[in-house]
Write a protein that binds this ligand. Structure first.
Ligand code: HPA
Length: 266
């Protein structure tokens, strides 16, 4: 039984880690399209792995089929999602190579389908996002990072931009002034849809760069990918340790987010 799904972000396209005992390829049909993923087995646990940008990083952030991915994860019966996200930093003390586990987000996306409830048949749902990320899983991830000796900021506000372009200097300054600590392009609507689907969701952010205009050179995608590659070993160990440590709690508030609507139905 698959209880945990990993959504791999930039640089995390594959999960054929030598430690995996078994890997199978599967597909799930959803109302939003078909989703291909891997099931990996490790330490007696089966985990689904979905590379968010496709296996070859061919899907831009604003074109990712977020609803199909989360629906498929719900359909396979998973209760928790851990994703990875490459992010830029708006703060000098949050440096490339650091990890950060966000507890809040600011949504600057523009044109994304961000709800499962947009048809008369499914009705209208206003999901509560006071605490958008799973606080319980966040705590576990921070503890894992500490045990592994990683530099990890235990909270922070993730600014989600529409992309695929990087930001202007003025935008990075504004995001910092608004309380944003890191900037990425994918957590929204992923985290929102997970909450609608009553799945615990947390993300491991790896800081790949300082935000545009805060370093001496202009930002490139290569810089992002190179920092990710240089830290891949740590990202992999982080995920493996989290896979072993995770506990599934049906009573977690994330798992009952639509209680007032009678729960989420596929
Ligand atoms: N901005 C937006 N998304 C990103 C960045 C950034 O600086 N780095 C990695 N993903």
């Amino acid at each position: 039984m698959v209880r945990l799904a990993i959504i791999g972000g930039t640089g995390v396209y594959d999960f054929d880690m030598h430690v995996m005992e078994k890997i199978t390829f599967e597909e799930i049909e959803t109302p939003y399209g078909r989703v291909k993923f891997k099931i990996v087995e490790h330490g007696g646990r089966s985990v689904a792995f979905i590379p968010r940008h496709g296996a070859q990083h061919s899907i831009v952030p604003n074109k990712i089929n977020y609803r199909a991915n989360i629906w498929a994860i719900k359909k396979m019966g998973a209760e928790s999602i851990i994703s990875t996200s490459a992010v830029g930093s708006t703060r000098l003390f949050i440096r490339p190579g650091d990890f950060l586990i966000p507890h809040q987000f600011l949504d600057f996306t523009k044109s994304r389908e961000s709800t499962f409830f947009d048809s008369p048949e499914r009705g209208v749902v206003h999901v509560d996002l006071t605490n958008p990320y799973c606080s319980r899983m966040n705590l576990m991830l921070v503890q894992v990072a500490e045990d592994l000796g990683f530099k990890c900021h235990d909270r922070g506000t993730y600014v989600c931009t529409e992309g695929p372009r990087f930001e202007t200097t003025a935008e990075i300054e504004m995001f910092g002034n608004l309380g944003g600590d890191v900037v990425g392009m994918t957590n929204v609507p992923e985290v929102v849809l997970a909450r609608e689907a009553e799945i615990c969701y947390s993300t491991i952010c790896l800081v790949t760069n300082f935000g545009a205009g805060t370093s001496l050179t202009n930002l490139t995608h290569k810089e992002v990918v190179d920092t990710m590659k240089a830290n891949m070993h740590n990202v992999r160990n982080f995920i493996l340790a989290a896979m072993e440590r995770i506990e599934f709690l049906p009573e977690c508030p994330c798992r009952n987010s639509l209680a007032e609507y009678g729960g989420f139905k596929l």
